[in-house]
Design a protein around this ligand. Structure first.
Ligand code: DMJ
Length: 464
């Protein structure tokens, strides 16, 4: 049988996917049953992670079904915008597929296809909706062949596009899904530069180049405004192009801008992105890297002078070893991952932010974040060093010990007091447990060379 489009590449990945529900519901023809790793025994640790995934998912279904997110302590739910956009089901769907939870994936996909509706008079955050929903719909479309998911992605992408209508082409933070009205001119590199994987893929899959072009222009306009020494700051006005905060770092608010320069260069073979990535990472390694405190860290520096501003590091910064690994810089990746691991083990579980020169906690919460697991997974895949499986074992151990509740998993208000918070973010199912599962599962489960994960861990395949 000659397969074209998404199904051909699924099979190339060796994945067993849940059978699409048939042409009547808009799905492509089901792939033949494959001997993919998802149907093989994934091993005891992967099975444990899968069981924890089901535990959290079932709690969501019991107390928050049809809503955006579970509130595990009050056994209730939270909708980001007062009406549900099915954040958790969309974010979790491709994890189910990768874990071989076929029945669950089929039911969830059907529920999404029948109930998700973007025709709502709500103002949404372009970045979050893009990485979670657009990314989730696109990867699940590629994994299942269900064209309804692509149609939903196209509808969503179209509604988000007005965000880019600023004088510079860099997007506003918020856009109304019904009216296209925008708000939020003071933005940051992450919200501006973490859109190209999703919009670019949507452009390729729908044959509508405007999606790619607008997201690409936003990144280029941002990059053009880097300082003379090649760094970007934390806050920029998208109408004037003026920097409002010169603090440069790799943490939240900037982080995934760098990630997408590299990943877009790989996924789209985009030479501009490759050039932008190379010159950016050089500046980052020159001015933000800090070898002075018993290991490799990345702190804060002034984007114009390179002067060190502070020595803070945290849960979000821990994504960088994954990016360095994908860029073949294994030496820095390994050293930084050891530092992240020291952060994790020092406190029993990582804080949102601490000072690596004094080990003083700055922000004590733990929001079930995935970045440190993501980096362990990349390093494990590319080095095959058991050290990273060992790290992953300690991560899942701490999660179960500190964050598991009677109904799902909870964030921590403080890694010092271990007090829990009433929140289970959708990325816990999209990213945290997915990366842990993949670290333990046989490497054939997914060939990291054949996909690019968006920043919400939705795997995108180059099918164009
Ligand atoms: C996720 O939504 C994404 O990984 C994003 O890039 C950063 N924040 C969360 C997870 O911590």
């Amino acid at each position: 049988m000659c397969l074209r489009g998404p199904l051909a590449s699924i099979i190339a990945l060796g994945l067993t996917v849940s059978a699409p529900l048939g042409a009547a519901q808009g799905a492509a023809a089901p792939p033949q049953s494959k001997t993919g790793a998802a149907s093989a025994d994934p091993g005891p640790m992967a099975k444990q992670v899968r069981a924890e995934f089901l535990y959290a998912w079932n709690a969501y279904k019991q107390y928050a079904w049809g809503h955006d997110e579970l509130k595990p302590l009050s056994q209730s739910y939270h909708d980001w915008y007062g009406t549900s956009l099915l954040m958790t089901p969309v974010d979790a769907l491709d994890t189910m597929v990768l874990m071989g939870l076929n029945d669950e994936a089929d039911k969830t996909r059907e529920f999404i296809a029948r109930n998700l509706n973007f025709d709502k008079d709500i103002e949404v955050q372009n970045f979050e909706i893009t990485i979670r929903l657009l990314g989730g719909l696109l990867s699940s479309y590629q994994l299942t062949g269900d064209k309804r998911l692509l149609a939903l992605a196209d509808d969503l992408g179209n509604r988000l596009l007005p965000a880019f209508n600023s004088p510079t082409g860099m997007p506003y933070i918020y856009v109304n899904l019904k009216t296209g009205k925008t708000r939020g001119a003071e933005s940051n590199p992450a919200e501006i530069g973490t859109l190209l994987i999703e919009f670019g893929t949507l452009g390729k899959l729908t044959g509508k180049p405007a999606y790619y072009d607008k997201a690409k222009r936003a990144v280029v306009e941002l990059y053009k405004r880097r300082s003379k020494i090649g760094l970007v700051g934390s806050v920029i006005n998208v109408e004037t192009g003026e920097w409002k905060n010169p603090s440069s770092h790799i943490s939240g608010g900037i982080d995934s801008y760098y990630e997408y320069l590299l990943k877009a260069s790989i996924l789209f073979d985009d030479k501009d992105c490759e050039r932008m990535w190379k010159s950016s990472v050089e500046a980052v390694n020159k001015y933000l890297a800090d070898n002075a405190h018993g290991g490799l860290w990345y702190g804060q520096a002034d984007m114009n002078t390179g002067k060190r501003l502070s020595t803070h590091y945290g849960a979000l910064d821990a994504f960088f070893p994954a990016v360095l690994t994908r860029a073949h810089d294994l030496d820095r990746a390994r050293r930084l991952q050891e530092s992240s691991y020291k952060m994790w083990t020092t406190f029993g579980i990582e804080p949102e932010e601490f000072d690596y020169s004094s080990f003083r906690i700055i922000q004590a919460g733990y929001a079930l974040r995935p970045e440190i697991m993501e980096s362990a997974y990349y390093l494990s895949f590319y080095t095959k060093d058991p050290r990273y499986v060992e790290m992953a074992s300690s991560f899942i151990g701490s999660l179960v010990h500190y964050c598991k509740t009677g109904s799902g998993y909870a964030s921590l208000r403080s890694v010092e007091t271990r007090e829990k918070a009433d929140s289970m973010e959708s990325y816990f199912l999209a990213e945290t447990l997915k990366y842990l599962y993949l670290t333990f599962a046989p490497r054939e489960t997914l060939d990291l060379n054949k996909v690019v994960f968006n920043t919400e861990a939705h795997p995108i395949q180059k099918t164009w």
